[in-house]
Write a protein that binds this ligand. Structure first.
Ligand code: SF4
Length: 370
């Protein structure tokens, strides 16, 4: 009796390896995305532009990053120019991109490169990781893309492609180490930067989370998940815990001359150094009006604006009720402990302030109630 026939899904595969990488690089040369921080295949990239783009792309889409990247390089074309800028100016230009600790680290990193490395980015992963705001992924991306070092950045796109190429069955996040090790086995000694960017592009354009385009994928012959028909089920993700909610009351104070009261947040922590509409503590339950008014910047007649402002941060959902008041130009805040961190900004100048998205929503919500 002959050996049992194998179905298509059981066919032994050639495991992904150097031939897979060669096919991927050929595809990259023809199909790569044209992005403002990119240089052509086999070309040397500017470490400043690579670093800036990688910091901006953390947790943020390419589409959202492009105008910010262009604005930053037009204003600060190199790391020395960025180091010479004021932090507040950098925060202002960053406003709207979110995850503001990145902007503070951006400035701190530019300062460190100029101070400690004569304005030249170090080229190894180890040295890059010593710089503010540069974690393992970003260090590997800069080392590979800007300097051609044999380093393996693994972002969400690459994680997905690798988990499918090798049909990794362990759920994330536990599978991260296995995926990183598998990705490293593919990284070529030459053209590590092109390989990293090719994997990023493949994940963004072909090996998408839903409906991956396996039929046109350059690495399909070596893809274990595609052969087994399980591509869309990978990577497997461990169930997430529900995001908690926090609540607070924001005080939108307007002067009769049109100025709005803003407060600077502490440098450390969430939205550090950004401006905000003064508010109560953001706690597990909404404060009563009586509790809230103890945190109000001025004693006046407050109007509660109907409907809360809801904003979703990575780790929690925030619900802010907006209280609004109009006060005379000579309104006194002398008893309020926070006044040193406050300033009046005319509403026509609000767009130029380092206001995070949640505070823009609060201001718009309060003013729409006029
Ligand atoms: Fe992704 Fe399909 Fe390509 Fe495999 S063959 S890498 S699942 S697009």
């Amino acid at each position: 009796m002959g050996a049992p026939q194998k179905t298509q899904k059981q066919l032994p595969l050639r495991p992904a390896g150097p031939d897979t990488v060669a096919a991927l690089l050929r595809w990259y040369e023809a199909e790569r995305r044209d992005l403002p921080w990119r240089y052509g295949p086999r070309k040397k990239a500017d470490p400043y532009r690579v670093w800036l783009s990688e910091i901006m792309l953390q947790q943020t889409t390419v589409k959202a990053v492009i105008p910010y990247f262009q604005k930053f390089v037009a204003r600060w074309p190199n790391v020395a120019a960025l180091a010479a800028a004021q932090l507040e100016e950098v925060l202002q230009q960053w406003a709207g991109l979110g995850y503001y600790s990145r902007a503070r680290n951006l400035k701190a990193c530019a300062d460190a490169v100029v101070r400690d490395f004569d304005g030249v980015f170090p080229r190894t992963e180890v040295e890059l990781r010593e710089l503010p705001g540069i974690g393992p992924y970003t260090a590997a991306a800069i080392a590979a893309i800007a300097f051609g070092e044999k380093a393996t950045p693994v972002d969400g796109n690459i994680e997905r492609v690798v988990s499918r190429l090798f049909a990794v069955q362990q759920p994330l996040p536990a599978a991260k180490t296995e995926i990183r090790n598998l990705a490293a086995t593919l990284t070529p000694a030459r053209r590590a930067g092109d390989f990293a960017q090719a994997m990023m592009d493949l994940g963004a354009e072909i090996c998408t989370p839903k409906n991956p385009s396996c039929l046109v994928c350059p690495v399909q012959p070596d893809c274990a998940a595609s052969a087994r028909g399980i591509a869309e089920t990978l990577p497997i993700k461990a169930q997430k815990l529900a995001r908690p909610s926090r609540f607070g009351i924001a005080f939108l104070v307007q002067r009769e001359d049109g100025a709005v009261l803003l407060r600077q947040r502490p440098e450390a922590g969430l939205l550090g150094g950004m401006l905000e509409v003064p508010s109560t503590h953001w706690g597990d339950a909404s404060p009563s009006k009586r509790e809230a008014l103890r945190s109000a910047p001025v004693t006046t007649s407050w109007m509660a604006v109907p409907g809360p402002v809801v904003h979703v941060f990575t780790h929690f959902r925030l619900e802010l009720v907006v209280y609004r008041a109009i006060v005379p130009v000579d309104a006194s805040f002398t008893l309020w402990a926070e006044q040193d961190r406050c300033r009046w900004v005319h509403r026509r100048d609000l767009h130029a302030q380092a206001l995070p998205s949640v505070m823009k929503k609060v201001i718009a919500h309060g003013m729409n109630a006029e």
